[in-house]
Design a protein. Structure first.
Length: 433
């Protein structure tokens, strides 16, 4: 597996351009299945989760045309719900969106249970509750989800037991072509949910209230295509902001929506980081000591769980003791075990992590266990004295476009370390035989 080699201790200076939002793109691309025509998507991030989903759509008969570096045309008018190789769908969490999209378009779906980062239990009972409410019969058997609505879907009221990003978006997708009105209560409010609703409406749907906890979907007969530009990635932007906090320096983070970053900005300002809102960019600066603070991850507009590992690194370098409460996932502290190799002092008890700030970190070989933990380990390597080798970087490349190149643009000493070529022992065997 390829790795990153990082020589840390250099503050970050310069400008970084944020790409399209991963968690919007991985919902909008499957949603193209609902459209009987061409969807032109702009600001699509070049990440492996997007490539995988485009590959899956092609296997279902869609035509994909790359217009330029970040613009893609998707035509699903000839797509069919065929058996997509389950090993492809099991690679990412977002494959579950194929259920809602295929159910909405074809009236049935056969999709493998999703994969994705190991953050603890990741059930889809709320997704299934929504599909049942719309009149679908859903069975889960041998790792596959079979959903059928032979008479089509009919709008209904759905009250989510938990605030779920995936369930909110999946039910929205299934509802846009259903007969009548669907109401999703206790809906998630993340920026990517608003982005999906805006995409669907630009294709001819009628979704109202996205971004609030009550979303109403008025079923329309057909979605006929159009163009849409994906919002900038709130979490990628936050990751670079947390990197400046941990490593020091001054960086202009461009192509952002500052409103989406408010929860991150306010926490960084509590820690002594300067963040200036410049309209479509934020200027982030840290040249003094970092102050401790407490973090509790919450659904949007609270502090995002997907920023927990990255801000955790900055807290490791803050003066004093900080407490993190991870209220969304059961198992999102594994990165701290890797950080202990770099000199971090932390105690984890269930959903709580108590971090004693240290004056510095020491580079070490570390291994990623999920996407955001991987980004956090890169930040730790950039802040540490000495060399850090980050392994299992495929996790990072699922969700961060050109991370190495963007960090190099900020003066970071980071580069790919290609896996050593294993000596070819078979030649000896051939010689023997
Ligand atoms: C999405 O995951 C994101 N992934 C995650 O980001 C993110 O951490 C999460 O939302 C929360 O913001 C994508 O968008 C592809 P949930 P999702 O449904 O949809 C429970 C990243 O790093 N729940 O909002 O799987 C669940 O167990 C990734 O980009 C149920 O109980 O998250 C969790 O405790 C990691 N039943 C809580 O709800 C369900 O049917 C929130 O989960 C669904 C969820």
């Amino acid at each position: 597996m390829d790795r990153y080699l990082i020589k840390g201790g250099k503050p970050l200076y310069g400008e970084v351009e944020i790409s399209g939002a991963k968690n919007a793109a991985v919902a909008i691309i499957p949603a193209a299945l609902l459209v009987d025509g061409v969807c032109r998507l702009e600001n699509v991030p070049r990440i492996s989760d997007v490539s995988l989903l485009l590959n899956i759509l092609e296997q279902m008969g869609a035509t994909i045309r790359r217009v330029n570096r970040s613009t893609i045309d998707i035509d699903c008018s000839q797509a069919r719900q065929t058996g997509v190789p389950s090993e492809l769908m099991r690679k990412i969490r977002a494959s579950y969106y194929l259920i809602g999209a295929a159910l909405g378009r074809f009236g049935h779906a056969e999709v493998s249970m999703p994969g994705g980062c190991d953050l603890g239990a990741r059930p889809i009972d709320q997704h299934i509750k929504g599909f049942n409410a719309l009149g679908a019969k859903v069975e889960v058997e041998a790792g596959m989800v079979y959903a059928k609505a032979p008479d089509g879907l009919t709008g209904n009221a759905v009250y989510l037991d938990v605030v779920s990003v995936g369930a909110t978006m999946n039910i929205m997708m299934a509802a846009v072509l259903a007969k009548g009105k669907t109401t999703i209560e206790n809906a998630a409010r993340e920026p990517h949910i608003v982005d999906l609703a805006n995409f669907l409406n630009s294709m001819g749907a009628d979704v109202r209230g996205a971004g609030t906890n009550v979303i109403r979907v008025y079923g329309t007969g057909q979605l006929t295509g159009g163009a849409y530009s994906i919002i900038p990635d709130q979490i990628e932007a936050g990751t670079y902001m947390a990197a400046v906090a941990a490593v020091g320096g001054e960086v202009l983070v461009k192509n952002v929506i500052p409103k989406h970053l408010e929860c991150i900005t306010s926490k960084l300002q509590e820690m002594g980081v300067t963040v200036k809102d410049l309209g479509e960019a934020v200027l982030v600066k840290r040249d003094g000591p970092l102050h401790r603070t407490n973090i509790k991850t919450m659904p949007y507009p609270g502090f995002p769980t997907d920023m927990q590992p990255q801000i955790g690194i900055a807290l490791c370098l803050a003066q004093g003791t900080s407490i993190i409460t991870e209220s969304i996932w059961d198992n999102r502290y594994r990165y701290l075990d890797e950080l202990k190799k770099m000199g971090v002092t932390v105690q984890v008890d269930g959903k709580t992590a108590v971090i004693e700030g240290v004056t510095g970190l020491t580079g070490a070989p570390v291994s990623c266990c999920d996407l955001r933990a991987g980004a956090a380990l890169v930040i730790a390597g950039l802040a540490a004295q000495g060399e850090t080798i980050v392994e299992q970087i495929h996790y990072i490349e699922r969700g961060y476009e050109d991370l190495v190149e963007k960090m190099q643009g900020l003066g970071a000493d980071i580069d790919y370390l290609l896996a050593p070529v294993e000596p070819d022992h078979t030649s000896n065997l051939r010689a023997i035989s």
